[in-house]
Write a protein that binds this ligand. Structure first.
Ligand code: NDP
Length: 425
């Protein structure tokens, strides 16, 4: 019988021992897992199955970012050097220009019941719409607590897409992201819809394409704030606008443009315990809504200003999922001043636009490597085994070297250690 049999029923220590034995873990690796207490075992075990320990990442802060006239500090969880520094830098410039403005017009989640083998699509569609009130009441009865909180199922829409008749349920989920709320409702109405349409239900599930939770962040930066020299400032603004145009027409650039936006968005989404896969999936679908993948943000020169805008679906939650469980998430919400979901979504969209501004500004001026390599050199120095007092010196010499890689970092470290032992040489 496999040692892994009944793995999920074992204690964490037993699971570590089985993994160590089966996968020949080193004693060091086993100890790292055993000594890990980032999140109490009782909590981590509720978040994910078969857990061996937790996985830590830096929890950082962008000190000041202004959204709708309010100054926030932004908690960020990311492993990538330069992201926090770039966002802090962009936030400072944009704060001087009045900060970001964010807007959100509605906050509904959409779920779908997909039906097939429907004998008459038109008749089925009419039958569903005629029963809309009853179906909505049935959906609400599957999750009455959200109705008590002021939310609930609001509307049904029906579309035929090739062989499928798809029923979309639009739900006000209040402060939650709503996956479980919607899935409960959709499963409750699935059989009724199949019976009404004389078809077969294939599945009933939330959609992450949250087109009714769109959030827009914008900012307006006087061009002269971009550089002390007016000509350089104008050229920078013109090139940021050109970079935005490039991301609209070239998917190779669009992917990287949007990755830069998500450097910021994912970091705060993760810090606030939200489901970053859901946010990414929805946003990338939105980026392709015109039939080809585009940059999510745009920058243009309007009068004497550089104007940036970012719109994307952000079904952000302040309750549910792991939000109430992870103690660090509670710290993040404290730092943010316990915002409501709409406010938090506006902050997150602003962080995305801020990160995008900082990246484009660097790209069209000195290039991003200058800032990036400083931190990368430090990471390489640490990887090479440099001790606390050696890191800065190794990183400094590494940045002067023709090849900034691990091998060079190791030979620099060897050299400075040799010199420290035999200073006369
Ligand atoms: P939960 O079911 O964890 O939490 C939502 C619940 O929080 C509500 O049902 C409500 O329960 C309670 N609640 C307390 N206060 C409020 C409030 N002010 N507004 C709204 N609800 C409140 O989460 P979700 O339904 O939001 O689902 C999110 C989870 O589902 C995430 O962990 C996500 O990763 C996961 N998921 C995602 C999928 C996807 O994206 N495709 C698919 C499946 C799961 P009550 O009223 O009873 O107290």
């Amino acid at each position: 019988m496999s040692l892994f049999s009944g793995f999920y029923k074992k204690t964490r220590e037993e699971r570590i021992a089985i993994t160590a034995e089966t996968r020949q873990l080193s004693k060091d690796s086993e100890d790292i897992l055993l000594k890990d207490h980032n999140i109490p075992e009782s909590i981590a075990g509720k978040m994910a199955e078969n857990h061996l320990g937790t996985f830590a990442l830096p929890f950082s802060l962008v000190p000041q970012l202004v959204v709708n006239g309010v100054e926030y500090s932004i908690p960020m969880v990311t492993e990538e050097p330069s992201v926090v520094a770039a966002c802090s830098f962009g936030a400072k410039i944009i704060a001087k220009a009045g900060g970001f403005t964010s807007q959100i017009s509605e906050r509904l989640m959409i779920g779908q019941v997909a039906l097939y083998d429907v004998p008459d699509m038109l008749v089925a569609q009419t039958a569903i719409l005629a029963q809309q009130d009853d179906i909505l009441a049935h959906a609400n009865s599957a999750h009455p607590s959200i109705v008590k909180r002021g939310g609930g199922a609001r509307q049904l829409t029906v579309e035929q897409k090739e062989d499928f008749l798809i029923v979309y349920l639009h739900v006000d989920v209040q402060e939650a992201m709503g996956a479980n709320i919607l899935n409960n409702m959709l499963e409750a109405i699935k059989d009724e819809l199949a019976a009404l349409t004389h078809g077969t239900a294939l599945m009933a599930i939330l959609s992450n394409y949250a087109t009714e939770s769109l959030v827009t962040a914008s900012c307006r930066i006087p061009i002269q704030q971009l550089h002390v020299e007016p000509q350089v400032a104008l050229k920078t603004a013109q090139n940021i606008a050109k970079a935005s145009q490039l991301a609209q027409v070239d998917p190779y650039r669009a992917a990287t443009h949007n990755k830069g936006i998500f450097n910021g968005i994912d970091a705060i989404v993760l810090a606030t315990g939200n489901d970053w896969r859901a946010i990414e999936a929805g946003a990338h679908t939105y980026a392709s809504k015109e039939g080809h993948y585009r940059g999510l943000s745009t920058w243009e020169i309007v009068g004497n200003d550089l104007v940036g805008q970012l719109t994307l679906p952000l079904p952000i939650a302040t309750v549910g999922g792991s939000i109430g469980l992870n103690p660090k998430v509670q710290v993040a919400f404290d730092i943010l001043g316990q915002p409501k979901a709409r406010t938090l979504a506006g902050i997150i969209a602003s962080v995305g636009l801020c990160q995008n501004f900082a990246a484009l500004r660097a790209l069209v001026t000195a290039g991003i490597q200058q800032g990036h390599m400083k931190l990368h050199a430090k990471s390489l120095a640490m990887l090479a085994g440099a001790l606390e007092h050696e890191i800065d010196q190794v990183a400094f010499l590494l940045r002067q070297a023709p090849h900034t890689n691990l091998e060079t970092a190791q030979s620099i470290l060897e050299q400075i250690r040799k010199e420290a032992k035999h200073p006369q040489e």
